[in-house]
Ligand binder design. Structure first.
Ligand code: XBP
Ligand code: MG
Length: 254
């Protein structure tokens, strides 16, 4: 029988609420700098989030909302350069320390380490975004907590494709039944399920209406002893926040 050996974490929306006040703002800063009059509002961004990956999201936006936009250079190069500036602005926001980790994340990571569970990051975001977020919230040494940081263009097909999870499992030499995945969105859940992973979803403002019917547990946050989660799906017994004991229980029941 398999035992639980590792926890695999998505980043955007799961470790931190990075989208509305982080990525979205950085995209707008890059557009402004490039002299474009594009403005991604909070509402519009909801639609744009249906596509994962920043470069892919810009392309989707142009095709859907700016069909007559033709830059002087090759469109791929244009998007790439614009996205590099977006990353620059996003890293600046992270350095300012304005993007905290979500409720319960730091505690659960520490508990998992103490319990000997292996950890990895599995995300579509650019690698520097991950390292800066971890360093700015948990400190430089915390990068070593993660055995694998699978991020960005390391696999060509981004979530909801399962490729990034397959890549991580292969690197860690683990079977899907030995892991739990943590996600916040339908695209993320589909990616994890595609790799046959049992998945816990923590919803956020952008994703609370998504379909999570095949998740093992759906809560509005991991929570803390003094900050209970709201359960939308799954059986938690008396628990009011996600800790390693609850993870083992869910893992065995599911
Ligand atoms: C997250 C994303 C990311 C960010 C932007 O999806 O889609 O692309 O919005 O990051 P998930 P980059 O949480 O499912 O991994 O601009 O660096 O691509
Ligand atoms: Mg996410």
């Amino acid at each position: 029988m398999a035992i639980l050996r590792a926890l695999l974490f998505d980043v955007d929306g799961t470790l931190a609420d990075t989208e509305r006040d982080g990525h979205r703002v950085a995209f707008n800063q890059a557009f402004h700098e490039a002299g474009l009059n594009w403005e991604w509002s909070i509402e519009l961004y909801d639609d744009l989030l249906s596509v994962t990956g920043g470069k892919e999201r810009i392309r989707f936006f142009i095709e859907k909302y700016q069909p007559n936009f033709f830059p002087e250079e090759e469109i791929d190069d244009y998007i790439k350069r614009l996205h590099q500036r977006k990353t620059h602005f996003y890293l600046q926001l992270l350095r300012q320390g304005n993007i905290p980790l979500r409720s319960g994340v730091t505690r659960l990571l520490k508990e998992a380490r103490a319990a000997g569970l292996r950890l990895a990051i599995v995300t579509t975001t650019t690698p520097e975004n991950v390292t800066h977020l971890i360093q700015s919230t948990l400190g430089n040494k915390a990068l070593d907590w993660f055995e694998v940081i699978a991020a960005g263009d390391i696999v060509p097909a981004k979530k909801p494709a399962p490729d990034i999870y397959h890549y991580t499992l292969e690197k860690m030499k683990l079977q899907p039944e030995e892991c739990l995945a943590f996600e916040d969105s339908n695209n993320g859940l589909r990616s994890a399920l595609g790799a046959k992973l049992r998945t816990i979803v923590t919803t956020n403002a952008y994703t609370q209406q998504h379909n999570f019917s095949d998740a093992m547990l759906v809560v509005d946050r991991l929570g803390e002893p003094n900050q209970a989660f709201k359960v939308q799906q799954g059986h938690v017994g008396q628990a009011s926040f996600v800790d390693v004991t609850l993870l083992h229980k869910l893992y065995e029941q599911y």
